[in-house]
Design a protein around this ligand. Structure first.
Ligand code: NCD
Ligand code: ZN
Length: 346
């Protein structure tokens, strides 16, 4: 079968670009297919103030390839010291589009995250007032909670109480991995949405652990069992406007992934859009791809949809993607879905 599909250019509502040599290497991969992306602030040190976000935005713009049109949508890393006035002024100028909540210790570079949720109350109330979304890494960090249960427990113990205590707060539950999260988002009002990654639509926990440990499939939240993956596919392809694409493309050097204590993160940027088309085709849902990748996100964030278009073409033979990209400090492995992808994007 050969087919083409033209959609509004997609946006990535959750992306790690890093900094320096890594930024230079990975940015072209996102700028090729995406018009905009919500840029995660978990640098070392984290992007916690409006001034730091402006400086990071400028470094991203400076690293763009000649002629590329790509708009970084900046976020602030929420700490217990975050100043509500700084958040409000960074939002007012349009610099910052969301604030990111990491429970302390939940994932890569989250040590400065939140321990005591009472201490962020004033910031959350101000965000609810001005309509600035909170992006949430939804996992508890309690060592007594099994890693496969951390998202579901977070909903009950943290997210639901936090949303009830802050009426009107707009929340994006990031990179959801469980049917519990899908159900929670579906049952909530319009102030709650969720991003879904491409890799969580492809892998379940067997891909990481059965037949040998596959470090390049390890990310947080960790992929769950197959029933959960199916729930995510149903949510992404089902047409509910509260679900949209956030790749969570999170590059780490191979040396840091292939290690006795490997880093969490899947680098999907080079393959994300073609692979997403393949997944939607398999589900008979190509007519819903544009909503998930290009329409639902801007609608939630109150931003215009892209006027520019992206054409997807299905090739009769599989498309080849690089297995790795090179950076000044070493290679980064590209996510391998383990099945052929037939879609080109241009
Ligand atoms: C992300 C990273 O490497 O920064 N890792 C990941 O596994 N997704 C952080 C995050 O989004 O959790
Ligand atoms: Zn992430």
């Amino acid at each position: 079968m050969s087919a083409t599909l033209t959609i509004r250019r997609p946006d990535d509502w959750h992306l790690h670009l890093r900094d320096g040599a890594m930024l230079a290497a990975v940015l072209p991969e996102s700028a090729r297919h995406f018009a905009r992306a919500i840029i995660m602030p978990n640098l070392v040190p984290p992007v916690t103030t409006g001034a730091q976000a402006a400086a990071y935005r400028d470094r991203i713009r400076a690293a763009l390839p000649e002629g590329a049109r790509f708009e970084p949508l900046m976020t602030l890393y929420l700490t217990e010291e975050t100043d509500p006035d700084d958040v409000a002024s960074a939002a007012r100028t349009g610099l910052v589009k969301a604030v990111k909540l990491y429970p302390a210790g939940a994932t890569t570079n989250s040590a400065s995250g939140v321990r005591d949720f009472e201490r962020i109350r004033a910031v959350l109330e101000r965000m609810a007032e001005i309509g600035l979304p909170l992006c949430v890494h939804g996992e508890v960090t309690d060592p007594d909670i099994d890693i496969f249960d951390r998202e579901a427990v977070f909903i009950d113990r943290v997210l639901d109480p936090l949303r009830r205590a802050t009426p009107g707060l707009r929340v994006v539950m990031e990179h959801v991995t469980t049917s519990q999260a899908v159900d929670y988002v579906t049952s909530a009002d319009r102030d709650l949405a969720a991003t879904i990654t491409v890799h969580h639509l492809v892998i379940n926990r067997n891909h990481i652990l059965a037949g040998g440990i596959r470090p390049h499939y390890y990310c947080l939240p960790v992929a769950k069992r197959e029933t959960h993956r199916r729930a995510l596919v149903a949510a992404a392809t089902g047409g509910d406007a509260r679900f949209f694409l956030g790749t969570d493309s999170a590059p780490h050097l191979d040396a840091a992934k292939e290690s006795a204590c490997g880093c969490a993160g899947c680098f999907t940027a080079p393959i994300a859009v073609p692979l997403l088309a393949e997944i939607f085709e398999r589900e008979g849902a190509l007519d819903r791809l544009e909503a998930f990748a290009s329409l639902n996100g801007p609608a939630f964030y109150g931003l215009p949809t892209n006027e520019d278009r992206l054409t997807l073409t299905r090739a009769p033979t599989p498309v080849t993607f690089p297995a790795k990209i090179e950076t000044a400090h070493g290679p980064v492995t590209v996510f391998d879905p383990g099945f052929p992808v037939h879609w080109h994007a241009s």
